[in-house]
Design a protein around this ligand. Structure first.
Ligand SMILES: Cc1cc2nc3c(=O)[nH]c(=O)nc-3n(C[C@H](O)[C@H](O)[C@H](O)COP(=O)(O)OP(=O)(O)OC[C@H]3O[C@@H](n4cnc5c(N)ncnc54)[C@H](O)[C@@H]3O)c2cc1C
Ligand code: SF4
Length: 396
């Protein structure tokens, strides 16, 4: 797949999501956390540092507010400024009369007929009662842990290793970005928690430049954690005066998050747990992930750049902070040109079963050094066009 093929769909996704810095929408103003980042970036000679391209309204649009800089982005934006399918796309879909959402339902198994075509989904409804929804096509979008779990759990005598899994690739190549953070304490207050949680980005390190001791690249993005989260993650297991004085200076902290390209590896994978099951009797996902030495080299480089950045603008202490539990789950139903190399083709259509699609980030073959949601939405819009064309042509 080429960038030229993707570009028109990226443009549609940016317009739909209201991405700042596109479509003549201004970027958001920088909060104090950003101002510290930018000052440090300038000292280190970084050239591409700005307040980013965010799916947050910088002006009123789409019948929604503009960002009020209140700082609760992770908790859910009460102002409706941040794009969220919950209050943007789903109500619009329902208004067409062609979308019905059945909340609190859990898909358990995808059924197929003797020819292998999928025919419907067995799900537990909100009361835990099993139902079957017949379907002409099925699109799986449970994210990169639950989507392979559902495909694997849909094994049958015809597909003994799960659906869409003739390549054996379902669940493999789980990626979650090479991450970590750097927090720094300053003499004067920063109040990093005011304004958007993520308020700016440095892109200079995203390039592929093996002279740094690793392949691929990473970005640095401002990040503010709430105080309880900070206490848990600043130095897990930390205690004593050094730790408590750091928390005492919470309002004097600035912080950044590292997001880099991690290696797709078959050993990092989702399988069905051998013994443990959920309340519906479905095996839970068993998640295995190890860092590659490249991930460690990249993270160490980013730690040292982040610490140098804050030291350059007067930080009195800096804290390289280990990765939090994963937020960017990717891979596990990878795209491939040849059926033997992956699960889906470039439209997210499974190689094995024409009317079965994967519509989330599990299609990714690599994670790149970039937050993934814009690309997930772009692929979904592109896939929707493809499905509509195939259905009209009666090929599925
Ligand atoms: C704290 C945090 C911060 C993030 N920040 C950013 C960011 O700044 N930028 C960015 O680009 N990305 C960010 N991400 C990643 C972003 O949230 C994901 O890329 C995005 O949500 C993926 O969308 P999705 O619809 O594919 O999956 P999800 O949003 O995970 O939705 C999957 C849905 O499927 C449902 N589901 C799963 N299995 C089943 C089943 N068997 N039956 C029925 N339903 C099922 C789940 O309940 C869920 O509602 C962040 C993630 C986290 C956790
Ligand atoms: S800062 Fe975050 S929570 Fe507050 S209005 Fe802006 S997007 Fe919403």
């Amino acid at each position: 797949m080429t960038l030229a093929e993707m570009e028109p769909y990226y443009a549609k996704a940016e317009a739909k999501m209201g991405v700042t810095g596109t479509n003549n929408w201004p970027r958001l103003p920088g909060n104090n956390n950003f101002k510290v980042l930018k000052a440090g970036a300038d000292k280190l000679g970084y050239k591409e540092c700005h307040t980013g391209n965010m799916a947050i309204n910088s002006v009123e649009r789409d019948d929604r507010n503009s960002c009020q800089q209140t700082g609760f982005c992770f908790q859910g934006c009460k102002w409706g400024a941040k794009w969220s399918t919950l209050y943007t796309e789903i109500p619009k879909g329902e208004a067409t009369g062609h979308l019905e959402v059945r909340p609190n339902s859990m898909a358990i198994k995808i059924n197929h007929d003797a020819s292998g075509k999928v025919t419907g989904v067995v799900y537990a409804d909100k009361d835990g009662k099993l139902q079957e929804q017949k379907a002409r096509i099925v699109a799986v979008a449970g994210n990169s842990i639950e989507s392979p779990r559902l495909l694997l759990n849909s094994e049958s005598s015809k597909f003994p290793h799960g659906l869409a899994n003739s390549s054996g690739q379902v669940g493999k190549n789980y990626m979650r970005h090479t991450t970590g953070s750097v927090y720094a304490i300053f003499d004067k207050p920063v109040h990093m928690y005011r304004g958007t949680t993520m308020a700016g980005i440095i892109r200079d390190e995203a390039r592929h430049d093996p002279s740094r001791g690793f392949v691929g690249g990473y970005e640095m993005e401002t990040l503010s954690l709430g105080l309880p989260f900070m206490a848990a993650f600043l130095n897990p297991g930390g205690w004593g005066r050094s730790f408590t004085t750091a928390l005492d200076h919470y309002d004097h902290m600035a912080g950044l998050w590292i997001v880099g390209e991690d290696m797709p590896r078959e050993e990092n994978r989702i399988t069905l747990h051998k013994d443990e099951k959920d309340e519906h009797g479905m095996p839970i996902a068993d998640v295995h992930f190890d860092d590659h030495p490249n991930d460690e080299a990249m993270r160490n480089h980013a730690y040292s750049q982040g610490q140098a950045l804050y030291a350059a603008v007067g930080a009195t202490r800096t804290f390289p902070t280990p990765p939090y539990p994963s937020t960017h789950n990717l891979g596990t139903n990878r795209m491939s040109e040849k059926p033997e190399d992956g699960v889906v083709n470039k439209h997210g259509q499974s190689h094995d079963i024409k009317n079965l699609f994967v519509s989330d980030g599990s299609q990714f073959t690599t994670g790149a050094a970039e937050n993934p949601t814009l690309t997930i939405v772009t692929l979904a819009i592109r896939q929707a066009d493809y499905i509509a064309a195939q259905m009209s042509a009666k090929t599925i």
